[in-house]
Ligand binder design. Sequence first.
Ligand code: 13P
Length: 254
Amino acid sequence: MDKSKRKAIIAGNWKMNKTPSEAKALLEEIKPLVADADCEVIACVPYVDLAVAVEAVKGSNVKIGAENVHWEEKGAFTGEISTGMLKEIGVEYVVLGHSERRQYFGETDETVNKRTKAALAAGLKPIVCVGELLWERECDITEEVIARQIKLDLWDVTEDELKNVVIAYEPVWAIGTGKTATADQAEEVCAFIRAQLAKLYNQEAADAVTIQYGGSMNDGNADELLGKADVDGGLIGGASLVAEKFAAIVKAAG
Ligand code: 13P
């Protein structure tokens, strides 16, 4: 598999961490450490941090992403944020369908698909998260679960739109648990995702999609994970909150 066909992307998913002033401070620490990165570097931050974060990274190679977005442009959706709001302040990426949203906030493949379509239509780049639960892996249905998520989450996404989609494979059992998938397990599922994309679109389109691994990725295991043929980057939780650790992962992707 020729990795040069796609962009390596290391993205931090800060989750519900860092106030605006803390976000600015962390980004100021991160910027010089990743200035010579050979990959795309993104920080996905809480909504209220976004404006400060966009300002803080101006003139640097760090891009800013949100952690969710609603699919309607405006209206009576108390507590929600639209694509237009994100675009206007300079947000480029958005994490969608994270397992924590699926698990705690009723996110379904249908709503992930609506958000993905809306993000693409607005010119935002979605990082669409998929992954199996521990018991689904134990029951040996990982591939069925992933195939279903890929098909439904990308339903009606055109081949042209796919160029702006990033997929993050995050086995739910590896998130925040310190239990990383082995590099072989990560590669197996990332390669399976690419094969599904080739089926739904074509091989050329599938080869161009960046597929990240996420789940307890850190400065100690990033090299091995990112060395795999179909693992093109990482979506990093805990380790993205420590500038040196995040920078070391970025280095491993170069
Ligand atoms: P951890 O890196 O903390 O396991 O989180 C992974 C994740 O959920 C990134 O989206």
